[in-house]
Design a protein around this ligand. Structure first.
Ligand SMILES: O=c1ccn([C@H]2C[C@H](O)[C@@H](CO)O2)c(=O)[nH]1
Ligand SMILES: [Zn+2]
Length: 157
């Protein structure tokens, strides 16, 4: 899929004005790349960007944030979701994620579990290659990536 920058800008503007609904792979692909450019990755040298599309059309970006205590590094996907939840946004339509790898990456196990807390298994996940738009975006769902759900219903009382 390839678009001119003018078309892309138009889509992004439309989304900011709340007109673009439901989710659009193009817009999300661009937004997660913007997030990737803000990643803090002095140790991993592996910047990752994520973008969540909320049901109301809002876009919440997240970037990976490394830490000198390596285990305290946090993924872009979890940054996006905790940002959203702390701003009162808990209904999502899509997630996009990208890194500099030409082959698209998928969210790690921890992020899948955290996404499962808030997102429907049918929620679209756009896997955006680092050389997008030269290579195509892959679309999957949370349910496909995380089929054996650790249900939390038993924990809710
Ligand atoms: O799905 C992933 C995989 C990795 N990372 C980040 C965490 C760390 O900053 C770097 C290396 O693991 O990539 C993410 O943000 N999301
Ligand atoms: Zn992760």
């Amino acid at each position: 899929m390839s678009v001119s920058s003018a078309e892309r800008d138009g889509l992004i503007r439309a989304a900011f004005e709340g007109k673009l609904y439901p989710p659009d792979a193009l817009l999300m692909s661009h937004q997660c790349s913007v997030a990737k450019d803000r990643a803090y990755s002095p140790y991993s040298h592996f910047p990752v960007g994520a973008a969540l599309l909320a049901k109301d059309g809002a876009i919440i970006r997240g970037c990976s944030v490394d830490n000198v205590i390596y285990s305290e590094t946090i993924c872009a996907e979890r940054v996006a979701i905790v940002k959203a939840v702390s701003d009162g946004v808990t209904d999502f339509r899509a997630l996009a994620v990208t890194s500099n790898l030409f082959s698209a990456i998928t969210p790690c196990g921890l992020c899948r579990q955290v996404l499962h807390e808030f997102c429907d298994p049918r929620m679209a996940i756009f896997l955006v290659p680092g050389d997008y738009p030269s290579s195509d975006v892959r679309e999957t769902t949370l349910g496909k990536l995380f089929p054996a759900l650790a249900g939390h219903s038993a924990m809710v009382h």
